[in-house]
Design a protein around this ligand. Structure first.
Ligand code: PLP
Length: 415
């Protein structure tokens, strides 16, 4: 594998080999990760990386853009068709830059934004003080309800009435429930705010028809392309025709320089893959797997934030198991399961310790795993907690995880 890298740089080639081996032999349950297709990876590694193409198709600041223009035009058309959007900008380098572009297309520094708190499932770019979004704008946050651990839209409405934000930001990185876009739209209308929804986590579920689509309700929708959407690492902005001009200008020359044409072409491949029936099936199985995993964990006495899941992820509060999120992350690592510690709503632990772990099914579902494997994984987790100080038992469980991985080979014919 990676022969050409081996010939030039054996040290980095070894990193690539080891990472491939790691991905093959561990149960990948980080909710924001996935295994993109060989076609997407081949496009990312193509000659398109050599091309400068500042500007937009037909309006570039460089010559020789005839072919990359075609790739970008196709990526845009496919993104619009996939999500039913009036307009698409496929140039953002990442989810974070997509958000920066979207904010600055509508807001001036100092304007007020209202987003979900990071510790209740939101994202750093939704106004956290250490992030540009919190530094540049006056950010206020909504939270989930203490009892239901879901968003209380009546409370959000009251908060919006009091705060009068210029923009309301929906979307999350650790929220296991459906969003109510009608409610968000009605709240935004009532206080005359712009409505932005960041669907970074759930875009693939929206594309696959297993999560409601925010696009018809929002002024602007941002996303990543590498999470449930299973494409190259990158960002995306969808908007109405009315707001598109401002977004185009803010993306370039406002924030970014030359677009990553190899990534944009790979986004086009990703969108094409997402339009196939096989992807709808994938999205459905991802959600089904999360539901099965949730039920199996509940049966074993694990506590789930909001009591379950509607999407691809679950948030497990491990306090009742006598563990912190950090303990659980370490324990899962020992038994061959990769996941991340995560704060739970109203967490009393620090963000470095936390009381929870976030588990996602997108990557395992791509490997072909189904309900039976989810039940086995819940059992491995349960037995790992029971045997947390017994290194031999944990090694045995790690063997079980590796066996599961062998049953569902990854990148078997990667060249
Ligand atoms: C992952 C994520 C982002 C950031 O995407 P990057 O590509 O990592 O910059 C933004 N918003 C949400 C809700 C996310 O989950």
């Amino acid at each position: 594998m990676y022969e050409q890298v081996h010939a030039v740089d054996p040290e980095i080639a070894e990193v690539l080999d080891l990472e491939l081996a790691r991905q093959r032999s561990q149960l990948e349950m980080i909710a924001s990760e996935n295994f993109t297709s060989p076609a997407v990876m081949q496009t990312m590694g193509s000659v398109l990386t050599n091309k400068y193409a500042e500007g937009y198709p037909g309006k570039r600041y460089y010559g020789g853009c005839v072919h990359v223009d075609q790739a970008e035009t196709m990526a845009k058309k496919r993104a619009m068709a996939l999500f039913g959007a009036e307009r698409a900008n496929v140039q953002p380098h990442s989810g974070s830059t997509a958000n920066m572009t979207a904010y600055l297309s509508f807001l001036k520094p100092g304007d007020k934004i209202l987003g979900l708190s990071l510790s209740h499932g939101g994202h750093l770019t939704h106004g956290h003080p250490v992030n540009f979004s919190g530094l540049l704008f006056k950010a206020v946050h909504y939270e989930v309800d203490r009892e239901s651990e879901t968003i209380d839209y009546d409370r959000l409405r009251e908060q919006a009435r009091t705060e009068r934000p210029r923009m309301i930001v929906g979307g999350a990185s650790a929220y296991p429930r459906f969003w109510d876009f009608e409610a968000l739209r009605s709240i935004a209308d009532e206080v005359d705010a712009i409505l932005l929804f960041d669907m970074a986590h759930i875009a693939g579920l929206v594309a696959g028809g297993v999560h409601p689509n925010p696009v018809p309700f929002c002024d602007v929708v941002t996303s990543t392309t590498h999470k449930t959407l299973r494409g190259p690492r990158g960002g995306l902005i969808l908007s109405t025709k009315e707001h598109f001009k401002a977004i185009q200008k803010m993306n370039f020359p406002g924030i970014q320089g030359g677009p990553l044409m190899h990534i944009i072409a790979a986004k086009a491949v990703c969108f094409h893959e997402c339009m196939q029936d096989s992807f709808k099936e994938y999205a459905g199985k991802t959600v089904e797997n999360a539901a099965v995993l949730a039920d199996a964990l509940l049966e074993k006495g694990f506590k789930l934030v909001s009591g379950g899941t509607d999407n691809h992820l679950l948030l497990v509060n491990v306090t009742n198991k006598g563990l912190t999120g950090q303990d659980m992350e370490n324990l899962l690592d020992k038994v061959g399961i990769t996941a991340n510690k995560n704060t739970v709503p109203f967490d009393t632990q620090s963000p470095f310790v936390t009381s929870g772990v976030r588990l996602g099914t997108p990557a395992l579902t791509t490997r072909g795993m189904g309900p039976e494997q989810m039940k086995r994984i819940a059992s491995i987790m349960d037995r790992a907690v029971a045997a947390k100080d017994d290194e031999d038992a944990l090694a045995g469980l790690r063997g079980e995880s590796e066996e599961l991985c062998r049953e569902f080979p990854l990148y078997g014919n990667l060249t």
